[in-house]
Structures are given as structure tokens and as C-alpha cells.
Design a protein around this ligand. Structure first.
Ligand SMILES: Nc1ncnc2c1ncn2[C@@H]1O[C@H](COP(=O)(O)OP(=O)(O)OP(=O)(O)O)[C@@H](O)[C@H]1O
Length: 641
């Protein structure tokens, strides 16, 4: 039976439906079943930040408490800026950027260790990072493989995926792509459902969601929340979601409500009791009005014409809540749970064996591989760009003879080709940024760390960058007529490959440091501009000023590429000199072959101070730079919270 997607339908009837019957659900969702966690409680949660204007400490969340029992869905509601996201982060044990966080968040009445809490909970971001080039099914499959060991039988994994696709109404979109900026995929509401399902496949018992319905219309919002409600109810999961102005139908899906204003609690308790509480404090919720809307208006003073009286009214409401029997009941219930726990930490009996680091790398490689051939932003655009560049260069620098007038064009081509190739690595910024955002989400959820990302990202690039180097060289090298020997050609390909590996390392480092498209793009472009200026072509190393020579030149990867490509071209080749008007020999480079009207290529290299015989050492340095960029990116990722 298809899932109804209308908020006007009966909530109870609709969220229990699906294509699977109750028994099938029980099998497909067996991994989700929570039998360990009875409740999540928090008390005295106060978050203090440094006020941006006065620089004094300011509480943005103050003395908040609550209880959510297994199988319940709780809404954090309040006007914009009231502290919902901050509180959600504290409850989810995530960084808040605050000066001080006080209070306790307890599972079954006792404080779990950070690792245990990470294992049992997941956080769904407002802008959930998904990989656009994967299908809905692949997204769930990779999430499952990153979370649980490969010893999980394939049939079991497929059953879990099918169960969640069914529970979230995604069966008919299972093979559809999530969508990239250039390939339309599933809708916004469906993306939210995939985001939630891809967290649930990793079997959390507690799920936090930051504004899961923002940007969705009322039908899509209701769909997301009702599917979630069904799964949570069937499997005894705890769901806590911050939410902006829900429709009546969405509001009624929640079991509990925490209403905040200016960081202060105004109500905590069951959704069905909220009207009774407000009636008891003199604010009756009118009939036929969306209660959520009414409550939000009541606690929002941002747009009040008379802010002073509105603020004192708000304080009064807050005092009324603090003094209410319901608030006292919440405190009593928390104390009771805590005293009956005996302080023993919760143990997750159903925790599945986590994958080993090598198997995580293999899964990430597999995922990157799918993305690399499906998403043109990853490598396709660069393949096209580099092929275009190769044709352009090969036809501009066309069939140059081994003559002195070709020496400067050949030198220019060596510089331009190698420098421009590495410059174009900026095109990798958006693809890496997507991987980075995915990493941040998955790292917070405890799936894998910086080492696995850096290793898999490095490995996936190798074949593609080698192929790019080979294709580019196969076209431009022979068209331009560089030294026509097989060994010179492959040496050239090898240096271009190292050039691209280093350039991609630079992108990974810069984007990890500044994970913003515009900033990373600008910085990578700037760094490449600097490396081009000091690599030895623009100003020969023999006359480059000492500051740039000693501060930048020696760890400029383009220096080693340019130098070795120059040595490759000139060290063993001889060029004919020009003829003067009298028919005599006119050599622009005077070498020992001048009397034969020839130029020994080494004469050109002498001008730059280059000598053959250093390739092994230079390859070593280049490897150091390539690995160095990756290590620097790894350190950045490790240091970031
Ligand atoms: N680290 C911080 N330093 C200073 N002020 C902060 C910090 N974090 C949050 N704030 C401020 O605290 C208030 C609450 O922020 P929060 O993001 O939790 O609100 P919110 O209810 O989630 O808002 P919205 O619904 O608009 O997303 C805001 O005024 C915000 O500017």
C-alpha cells in the first residue's frame, strides 16, 4: 500500500502504512530496534558565549531541562535566534563554539562516554551533505558499509536498505541520482528523507535533526516528519528536532515540545498538554488556529511595537512556566530517573562490529570511484579542459624544428604547459569540497577519520591524473615536436603526472583549511600564481632575488617540473643555428658546437643553472612535496573539531 502524502490525511493511519506489512517491517528494521535506551534527559543546560558587542559573558541558553522517552519525537521550537541549534548541539554532544557549557545530558539517567554517545546517536544537519552523483540506494548502501563491518551478509544489508526505502517512501526513487548542480536529481523533500534514512541505516538509537523541514512546503514537511515518526515509533527510537513554524499536522506528529524564547524555557511537556498549560497561565489557545503559530507569536517579541512591555510579558510567561506544577514534575521525573540508574553507564548491546581502517578506505575508494566517473565536476571537466589545452598548445606550438628559433618557443611551451596544467587543478575545488562536507558529517557521526579520507582521496586521484598526463602529452608532445624519443616522452609524462599530483595536494590542503568555494579557489589560484613566478622561468634561478629564492623557490613544485622538463628537452639535443645575411653562421647560444653551426642544448640550460643528473634527487623532493601537502591537509582535518 502506498504511503499517503497529504497532511490532511489521518496522521495515525498514514504513518503506519508502507509497502511492507507489520511483519516485514519487523524484519527489515530489526537493526533499528532500540532495546537499550529508555530515555534521554537533560538538566540545568546553560550555554554562555562572549557577547559580540559588549564582549561580556551572555547566556544564550539558560537552565533548560527535559525528558524524551524511547519511541518519542520531541520538537525544539522558538523564534529565530532563541537558541534551538545551540541546545540541539549540546544535547547531541557536538561543539557549540561557546565559552562555557554547563548542565548534564544523560542516557538512562547516567552520563555516557563521548564514544558511546557517538555510537548511539546521529545528527542530521539542516543542509545535509549528500553526494550528488550517487543514487538514493547507493547513498544508503555506502552509509551502511561505512558504519558496519563487511561481515554483515549482503542479503541482510539489502533488506535493511529496502526496508528504509520503503519506510521513507523512496522505493520509486531508489535508482535516481541525488542530483548535482548540472544534473537534476530528487526533490528537496526527498533529499531530506534520504538524509534521515542514510543516518538511520547506521542503526542509531537517538536521532537529532536541525530544522529538517526548513525550505520545504507543508506537504513535503509533513512527509519527512511522518515517515520519521513511523520509524521512531515502530523501533522505539528517540528523535529530537528543532523546527520552525510547523503546520498543525506536523506539530501534532510530535509527542513532546520544548518551547524556548531568548534561551529561556517556556514550556516542556507533551504536545497534547500545551494548550492546557497556556490556558492555566491566562493565554488560551484559540480554536481553529495552528497552536504552533499561536505559541510562536506569543513568545516572539522581535517585532513588537512596544518592546519593553513585550519583554516584561515574556518574563512573566517564563516565570509562570518555572513556577508551574508541570515544570516541577519534569524536574522530579529527571531526578527519579537519575536516582534509579545507580550511575551505571549504558552499554549498547546491539553495537555492530565497526569496519577496519583498510576496509573503510576501500569503501571510500569505491564511493569516490562511482562519483569520479559519474560526476563530470570530479574529473570529466578537467579531462575536457586538458584535452582542449593539449590540442590548442599542440597546434600553436606546431611542428617546431630543432633549430635555434624554436628554443624560446619550446622553453615557453614547457613553462606554459606545466604551469597551466597545475593551475587548472583549481577545477577540483568543488568536487573536493563536497567530499570534505561529507567527511565532516561522517566524522561527527563517528564513521571514519582524517586518515581514511586523505588516503582514499590520494589513491583515487592517481589513475585519473596519470591518464590526464598521458592524454595531454600524447597530443601536445608530438604535435609540438619536443625531443622525439620514447624515453624523453615518458620522462615528460612522468613529470607532468607529479606536477598534477602536487597541484591536487595543494587543492586538498587549501580547501581543508578554508572549506569555502570562493576562498579556496582564490587561495589555490594565488598560490599557483606565486609558484609560477618563482619556478625559474620568469626570472632565472641564477638571478632570482634571495628572498624568493630561499623562501619559496626550493619548495615550489613547479620549479622541479620546469627544471626537469627543460633538462629532458635540452640536455641531449642539438639545434641548428641561424644564418646571417652573408650566409654565415649566427648562433644565439655559443657552445662548443658553434664552429659546426650548431647549438648544444646544454648551452640553453647553463643560462638557468640547470644540469642533468639530478632527476633521482628531484623526484625524491617532489614526492616529499606531494606527501607534505597531504600530511598538512591531514593535520588540518585532525585539528578541526
Ligand atoms: N558562539 C557564539 N558566540 C556568540 N553568539 C552566539 C554563538 N552561537 C550562537 N550565538 C547567538 O546565540 C543566539 C542563538 O543562536 P542559535 O543558532 O542557537 O539560534 P536558533 O534558535 O537556532 O536560530 P535560527 O532559528 O534562526 O536558526 C543567536 O543570537 C546567535 O547569534
Amino acid at each position: 500500500m502506498a504511503v499517503e502524502s497529504t497532511p490532511s490525511g489521518s496522521v495515525k493511519e498514514t504513518y503506519d502504512k508502507g509497502n511492507l506489512d507489520v511483519e516485514q517491517h519487523a524484519v527489515a528494521e530489526a537493526h533499528l530496534k532500540n532495546t537499550t535506551i529508555r530515555n534521554l534527559t537533560w538538566k540545568g543546560v546553560t550555554v554562555t558565549v562572549k557577547d559580540r558587542e559588549t564582549k561580556l559573558p551572555k547566556a544564550i541558553v539558560e537552565n533548560v531541562e527535559g525528558i524524551v522517552e524511547a519511541g518519542e519525537m520531541c520538537a525544539l521550537m522558538g523564534p529565530s535566534g532563541c537558541g534551538k541549534t545551540t541546545l540541539l548541539n549540546v544535547l547531541a554532544s557536538r561543539p557549540t563554539g561557546a565559552q562555557k557549557v554547563e548542565g548534564a545530558v544523560l542516557v538512562n539517567g547516567s552520563k555516557p562516554s563521548r564514544d558511546t554517545f557517538r555510537e548511539m546517536s546521529r545528527f542530521v544537519e539542516q543542509e545535509d551533505a549528500l553526494i550528488g552523483a550517487l543514487t538514493v540506494r547507493e547513498t544508503l548502501n555506502f552509509a551502511s558499509r561505512l558504519a558496519s563491518t563487511s561481515s554483515l551478509p549482503k542479503r541482510e544489508r539489502i533488506a535493511r536498505i529496502d526496508g528504509l526505502l520503503d519506510s521513507f517512501g523512496l522505493v520509486s526513487q531508489a535508482e535516481t541520482l541525488i542530483g548535482t548542480p548540472i544534473r537534476k536529481g530528487i526533490s528537496g523533500g526527498q533529499k531530506r528523507r534520504v538524509g534521515v534514512a542514510s543516518q538511520l541505516i547506521t542503526s542509531p538509537k537517538i536521532l537529532f535533526l536541525d530544522e529538517p523541514t526548513s525550505g520545504l512546503d507543508s506537504v513535503a514537511s509533513w512527509e519527512v516528519m511522518s515517515y520519521l515518526k513511523g520509524v521512531a515509533k515502530r523501533n522505539n527510537l528517540i528523535v529530537i528536532a528543532s523546527i520552525h513554524q510547523p503546520s498543525t499536522a506536523v506539530f501534532n506528529l510530535f509527542d513532546k515540545l520544548l518551547l524556548l524564547s531568548a534561551g529561556q524555557p517556556h514550556y516542556f511537556g507533551s504536545v497534547s498538554d500545551v494548550s492546557a498549560h497556556y490556558e492555566s497561565v491566562g493565554h488560551e489557545v484559540p480554536l481553529h488556529v495552528n497552536p504552533a503559530e499561536y505559541l510562536l507569536e506569543l513568545v516572539n517579541i522581535d517585532f513588537s511595537p512596544n518592546r519593553e512591555s513585550a519583554a516584561s510579558n515574556l518574563e512573566e510567561q517564563q516565570r509562570a512556566w518555572a513556577a508551574s506544577p508541570r515544570a516541577a514534575e519534569v524536574s522530579r521525573a529527571i531526578a527519579q530517573i537519575e536516582s534509579s540508574s545507580g550511575g551505571s553507564e549504558v552499554v549498547l548491546e546491539t553495537a555492530e562490529k565497526k569496519p577496519s581502517a583498510p576496509s573503510l578506505v576501500v569503501t571510500l575508494l569505491h564511493r569516490s570511484f562511482v562519483k569520479s566517473y559519474r560526476d563530470v565536476v570530479a574529473y570529466g571537466i578537467r579531462f575536457a579542459m586538458y584535452t582542449g589545452l593539449a590540442i590548442m598548445m599542440g597546434t600553436v606550438w606546431l611542428r617546431l624544428d630543432a633549430a635555434q628559433e624554436s628554443i624560446i618557443p619550446l622553453t615557453n611551451a614547457i613553462f606554459y604547459g606545466s604551469a597551466f596544467m597545475s593551475f587548472m587543478a583549481v577545477a577540483y575545488c568543488p568536487a573536493y569540497l563536497e567530499d570534505y562536507l561529507q567527511f565532516v558529517k561522517e566524522k561527527h557521526n563517528g564513521l571514519y577519520g582524517a586518515t581514511e579520507l586523505i588516503v582514499s582521496n590520494f589513491l583515487i586521484g592517481i589513475p585519473y591524473l596519470f591518464l590526464i598526463s598521458l592524454i595531454f602529452s600524447a597530443i601536445s608532445y608530438w604535435l609540438s615536436n619536443f625531443q622525439p624519443t620514447a624515453s624523453a616522452f615518458f620522462t615528460w609524462v612522468f613529470w607532468l603526472f607529479l606536477d598534477l599530483l602536487a597541484a591536487e595536494g595543494l587543492v586538498v590542503f587549501m580547501t581543508s583549511l578554508f572549506p569555502s568555494f570562493v576562498i579556496s579557489l582564490a587561495l589555490v589560484a594565488f598560490a599557483n600564481g606565486l609558484w609560477m613566478s618563482v619556478d625559474g622561468f620568469m626570472v632565472q634561478p641564477t638571478i632570482l632575488n634571495v628572498f624568493y629564492k630561499y623562501v619559496f623557490h626550493f619548495w615550489d613544485y613547479q620549479k622541479y617540473v620546469f627544471e626537469n622538463m627543460m633538462v629532458n628537452e635540452f640536455s641531449e639535443r642539438v639545434y641548428t643555428c641561424g644564418k646571417g645575411p652573408d650566409g654565415g653562421c649566427q648562433c644565439m647560444w655559443q657552445t662548443d658546437l658553434a664552429d659546426q653551426c650548431l647549438i648544444r642544448g646544454q648551452g640553453v640550460l647553463d643560462q638557468y643553472g640547470y644540469k642533468p643528473g639530478y632527476m633521482g634527487k628531484d623526484v625524491g623532493i617532489m614526492m616529499g612535496i606531494i606527501v607534505g601537502y597531504r600530511i598538512a591537509a591531514w593535520i588540518v582535518l585532525k585539528l578541526k573539531r
